[in-house]
Design a protein around this ligand. Structure first.
Ligand code: GDP
Length: 597
């Protein structure tokens, strides 16, 4: 059966291409919505980090009504797939709206999500936005989008998708540039016409797949998903089953049920096939669980397994005087609580206690995943130190060491492609594809061990003078590719920051610095040298009095201020009080000991 009065659609857009403005406008112009009441608070716009990094991290739901049809609009994560999140979100919808800036054109960051949408056979509507911009070049952008769709193996139907020209800002869209723009009606109509209505069997036992988890202090965990079959009702007993963990089966009661309306969740008593609902009152609900109405014979819905973390880092309570000066004092309980809270909504994150009460091992999907969390927490005022990221190794049945491999997609102006190829090849990257775009940039595709990408982003940005775009995607575990030999080894910098002396390790490989303050705490950590062997390290030592900033960037600053002197290892170690160095936190202690042995 088809649910004609519902459409489920996801929006895919590069940051700043106008997704929020467009959704605001759909809200405003949809019948039910009372203008200006709620739009002030721009829903889809998540956080600052997304904007800065050009990625979308969170997924949010909105719903509008048009001609009696409910249109659920779901935001998609724009970048790296943090543990199958993209697939989960897209599984709720039957089509996507691809929003593309009429001047900038399609950006590579949207490629990942679009590719997944095409693979899931979803219908596509392309919305060329910002056509009011004087520099708009809609026709060229349409060609680019078509090229992209072909690159991503879109089906014939998907290639035959409708194109709209919109100005979200002015509140209108047209199907033909010669049409007189009026409002968003053409977009609403296109959604109704091109996005298939959801289907399912209303007579079958209830089946609801939980795609995302919301968390609310008052009601706890809230599962969000689409009703695949049957009807779900308040107070209904359902069986909670998980496709990947059949032992989990458990009978639970639906205590509250919500649907999305505008920007709000509204309580409902029941919901049928195709409805996107939120369910509360089930504390043990998890992503990937199916709520089954047939208690005797519950059938779980198959689902991509939640991906395992591939990289970990230690988060350490930072109470060294150096850090204490600028930040708030954070206790281990604060840090622990905050990390545990994150686990409520982020399934691909793992948090483990360590031997030290002040140190937590946090594992996630790649460096970007963890650095987004770190930045979010720092913005919330948490001051803490982190160790260098380390990849998580595994073993196969034959005992071979396996390591996580990533695909790195690089877009750079032609002049930098040589440098990038060299840098990534050094890191055991294998060039799998290279193509030249019409705008004079080169697209490179590498397969590379995840460890080769740790700390690489900074080097990449420096070497491409900030013009490069780097996207990475986890591929799979593969046999260990051998040690990476970096051209230049590590350097050691010691400099004075204010009254206190700070030692930093600097390496060509990572441009990060390990700051060891007088309180012997690691501020930001990294390993120097190759294979942790001290003899391999070429040491540069410099000293400056001008530094007050103790952030990572100050190592570059230090180098700039005082040209480094090359010293022998003995000379360099003389420069530093060895005892002091060996008494740092467990993380750096391990690193240092290995280095100095
Ligand atoms: P998002 O990051 O994709 O959600 O983008 P926003 O909706 O926040 O829009 C980013 C910027 O583009 C904002 O400054 C908007 O005012 C502007 N913008 C959005 N739509 C249009 C449009 O149709 N025309 C023009 N000229 N600017 C737009």
């Amino acid at each position: 059966t088809t649910r004609e009065d519902v459409r489920n659609v996801a929006i895919i857009a590069h940051v700043d291409h106008g997704k929020t403005t467009l959704v605001d406008e759909l809200l405003k112009q949809s019948g039910v919505f009372r203008a200006n009441q709620e739009v002030q608070e721009r829903v889809m716009d998540s956080n600052d980090i997304e904007r800065e990094r050009g990625i979308t991290i969170l997924s949010k739901n909105t719903a509008v009504y048009y001609k009696g049809t409910k249109i659920n609009i779901i935001d998609t994560p724009g970048h790296a797939d943090f543990g199958g999140e993209v697939e989960r979100v897209l599984k709720m919808v039957d089509g996507v709206i691809l929003v593309v800036d009429a001047f900038e054109g399609a950006m590579p960051q949207t490629k990942f999500v679009l590719k997944k949408a095409l693979e899931l056979d979803l219908s596509v509507i392309v919305c060329i936005n910002k056509i009011d911009r004087p520099e708009a070049r809609p026709d060229e952008v349409i060609d680019e989008v078509l090229e992209l769709l072909m690159d991503l193996d879109a089906s014939d139907e998907q290639l035959d998708c409708p194109f709209l020209y919109a100005s979200a800002k002015m509140g209108h869209a047209v199907l033909d540039l010669n049409d007189t723009p009026k409002d968003m009606t053409p977009l609403f109509e296109t959604i109704l016409k091109y996005i298939p209505a959801p289907t399912g069997d209303p007579e079958a036992g209830t089946q609801l797949l939980i795609s995302t988890i919301d968390y609310n202090e008052y009601v706890g965990r809230i599962g969000v998903g689409k009703v695949e079959n049957g009807t779900i009702r308040v107070n209904q007993d359902v069986m909670l089953v998980n496709h990947h963990d059949l032992t989990k089966k458990k009978k639970v009661k639906v205590s509250k049920l919500y649907e999305f309306d505008g920007l709000k969740k509204v309580e409902v008593t029941e919901a049928g096939i195709g409805s996107i609902v939120a369910v509360s009152g089930i504390p043990d609900i998890h992503i990937g669980d199916t709520l089954c109405g047939d208690l005797d014979n519950p059938v779980s819905i198959p689902f991509q397994k939640i991906s395992e973390p591939t990289i970990s880092m230690n988060f350490i309570v930072n109470d060294s005087p150096l850090a204490g000066k600028e930040g708030k004092y954070v206790t281990s309980r604060h840090l622990r609580d905050r990390l545990m809270r994150e686990l409520n909504t982020d399934v691909s994150l793992r948090v483990e206690e360590t031997d030290s009460a002040d140190c937590f091992k946090v594992s996630g999907r790649g460096e970007l995943h963890l650095s987004v969390l770190i930045e979010n927490m720092r913005r919330e005022g948490y001051e803490f130190a982190v160790s260098k990221a380390e990849v998580i190794y595994k073993e196969d049945e034959r005992g071979r060491k396996l390591e996580p491999m990533e695909i790195a997609y690089v877009d750079v102006p032609d002049e930098f492609s040589g440098t990038v190829i060299q840098l990534l090849s050094e890191r055991k990257g294998e060039l799998h594809g290279m193509s030249r775009a019409s705008d004079g940039s080169t697209r490179l595709e590498f397969e590379i061990p995840a460890r080769g990408l740790i700390g690489f982003r900074g080097i990449f940005m420096t070497s491409t003078k900030g013009t490069g775009i780097l996207n990475t995607e986890f591929e799979d575990y593969a046999p260990y590719k051998g040690d990476i030999e970096y051209r230049k080894q590590g350097s050691l910098i010691a400099f004075e920051a204010g009254e206190s002396v700070t030692y930093g390790l600097y390496s060509a490989q990572e441009r990060g610095t390990l700051f060891i303050g007088p309180g012997e705490k690691v501020y930001a950590g990294m390993v120097i040298g190759q294979n942790g062997k001290a003899e391999d390290i070429e040491l540069n030592v410099c000293k400056t009095k001008h530094l007050t900033n103790t952030r990572t960037s100050s190592s570059d600053e230090a180098l700039r201020l005082t040209p480094p002197r090359i010293l022998s290892l003995e000379q360099a170690l003389d420069f530093i009080d060895k005892d002091e160095l060996l008494e740092v936190t467990p993380v750096s202690l391990r690193i240092r000991k290995k280095e100095l042995d």
